[in-house]
Design a protein around this ligand. Structure first.
Ligand SMILES: [Fe+2]
Length: 172
């Protein structure tokens, strides 16, 4: 048996390890391990070529965990885009860069949103996600990605966010 880092990763193996990390530590500690492993699989050129490059959909579910509901997603984002500050409601998320570059912004909350009124947020910092970089956002961590050109990512959501109502935030 060789070192796992030196052999090709498969989606099945990656998903099973994520499951085990979340099962052992359901909070931020387990997600941090998922994030570190995602960084490793994104550095595996064969993994990216096999699971990320062929995907042409903006949001493609590669795997959903039957026990915990977390989703491993492949994203194909075309052209430049600037997104608004947001969190993932009751969920956490991990952004992993596979191709291209994301400029990620972090924001701090000044005023909570309500159903009627957007929350207010203040810019904290901007940093780059380049291929092989993965970043964890726990519940309530406010962020906004922007890109100058097309990108490909793997993201992991704590739950399928298409089923969750999103609140609005505005920068002040
Ligand atoms: Fe996000």
């Amino acid at each position: 048996m060789g070192n796992m880092d030196q052999v090709g990763h498969t989606l099945e193996d990656f998903a099973a390890k994520c499951h085990d990390f979340i099962k052992a530590e359901p909070g931020p500690a387990g997600r941090k391990k998922v994030c570190e492993l995602l960084s490793k699989v994104l550095a595996d050129e064969q993994f990216v070529a096999r699971y990320v490059d062929p995907n042409k959909e903006e949001r493609h579910i590669l795997y959903q965990d039957p026990e915990f509901g977390f989703c491993i997603l492949a994203h194909n984002y075309e052209g430049p885009k600037e997104s608004s500050p947001h969190d993932h409601g009751p969920s956490w998320a991990i952004y992993g860069q596979a191709r291209g570059e994301t400029a990620m912004n972090d924001w701090s909350l000044l005023e909570k949103p309500t159903e009627q009124v957007a929350g207010k947020v203040k810019h904290v910092r901007t940093y780059k996600l380049t291929p092989g970089v993965a970043h964890l956002y726990n519940e309530g961590d406010l962020h906004s990605p922007s890109r100058a050109a097309s990108t490909k990512l793997i993201r992991i959501e704590g739950t399928d966010m298409t089923k969750v109502k999103r609140m609005k935030f505005e920068a002040v």
